[in-house]
Design a protein. Structure first.
Length: 345
């Protein structure tokens, strides 16, 4: 079964092509809107939607061309149905539903986080079910118990800012551009370990929830107290970046280990944009050796939003159900819980 996947949940237009008959992922392409939104210091939803309109058709043609396939060869069109920006989601849904109708094939709505959660299964050495998943991105920080496809139990989540959101906000405090998270991670490499110590929120809370807004406030207090005025000294910024990244990754690793212990599982899947963070990967690698659990990641190019994960998630569901949906329900869900994955009314 040949499935085309469309991702337009926020500020990246992604298209992927997956073949269940092999060899799996045939091709994928991604356009990032970072340069466009940088001037505004964050994502402007209306601009994001308009850019998706401009990019989606050329990207679909590019992916089909790379894979040497034609639209007429497609068996299904998958698209991100939620969560995300309403206008951006509607662009992908409109394109997918229109193309599916023209070709006489089904259009499959996919949960964005399910795409991220399953993305490591696209790798050469995919994890087996069951496992614990750490979904960590700009909009979400969650721990899930994954028994199988569509069988997800929420173990814990952030009570305020997601980890990626905290990275971006802290980067802004340090005068870094948008998106701030990757820039802060690069800057942290030149920071002095141990110069500053920031709090580890909810580290000893006794549950599997997260909180990062207070950590951002702690950075603001530190900048006002020791920053020495504007502009901030480069080394000061690097030291604060190192301290901030150290605090966030310590919490993510500790909570992930606690989730594995609570579920009596020994496989951890890490996905989402923050899953590409080298400090997080290094700490998890050390912890996995020490505590004897396995850690799985998607390929670095698949950590961000992408169409490949949407195509795979839809293909996996189609194969599991052995039935092809025939109804056409045109709607999107900007807010949509993954644990139940039941479409809201």
């Amino acid at each position: 079964m040949l499935v085309l996947g469309i991702e337009t949940s926020c500020d990246e237009t992604g298209v992927g092509l997956y073949d269940t008959a092999g060899p799996g992922l045939l091709a994928h392409a991604l356009h990032s809107q970072v340069a466009m939104h940088d001037a505004y210091g964050g994502v402007v939803p209306e601009l994001a939607s308009r850019d998706h309109v401009r990019r989606i058709v050329p990207l679909a043609r590019e992916v089909l061309g790379r894979a040497d396939r034609r639209a007429e060869n497609l068996d299904a069109i998958a698209y991100t149905q939620g969560p995300g920006l309403a206008g951006a989601l509607l662009v992908g849904a409109s394109f997918a539903q229109g193309l599916a109708f023209a070709l006489g094939v089904p259009a499959i709505g996919v949960h964005h986080l399910e795409g991220h959660l399953l993305s490591p299964l696209l790798g050469a050495h995919p994890p087996a079910f069951p496992f614990v998943a750490l979904l960590v991105s700009g909009g979400h920080t969650q721990l899930m118990r994954v028994e199988g496809l569509g069988r997800y139990e929420l173990l814990g989540e952030t009570q305020d800012d997601a980890a990626g959101e905290a990275f971006d906000k802290t980067a802004k405090l340090l005068g870094l551009g948008y998106p701030g998270g990757p820039a802060l991670s690069v800057l942290a490499k030149s920071g002095t370990p141990g110069r500053y110590r920031l709090p580890r929120p909810m580290l000893a809370s006794g549950d599997l929830d997260f909180s990062f807004s207070g950590l951002k406030t702690a950075v603001l207090t530190l900048v006002r107290k020791e920053g020495g005025g504007l502009p901030l000294a480069p080394q000061f910024c690097a030291d604060v970046a190192h301290a901030f990244q150290d605090a966030v990754t310590d919490v993510l690793v500790a909570k992930s280990q606690a989730a594995l212990h609570a579920t009596n599982l020994y496989r951890l899947v890490v996905s989402g944009g923050v899953g590409a963070n080298s400090a997080l990967r290094s700490k998890l690698s050390t912890a996995s050796r020490r505590h004897r659990f396995e850690t799985f990641y998607p390929e670095l190019e698949l950590c961000t939003d992408n169409g490949a994960m949407i195509a795979y998630a839809a293909a996996a569901r189609l194969e599991a159900s052995r039935t092809v949906p025939t109804h056409r329900r045109f709607n999107v869900h900007p807010r949509w819980e993954l644990a139940t994955r039941v479409l809201p009314d």
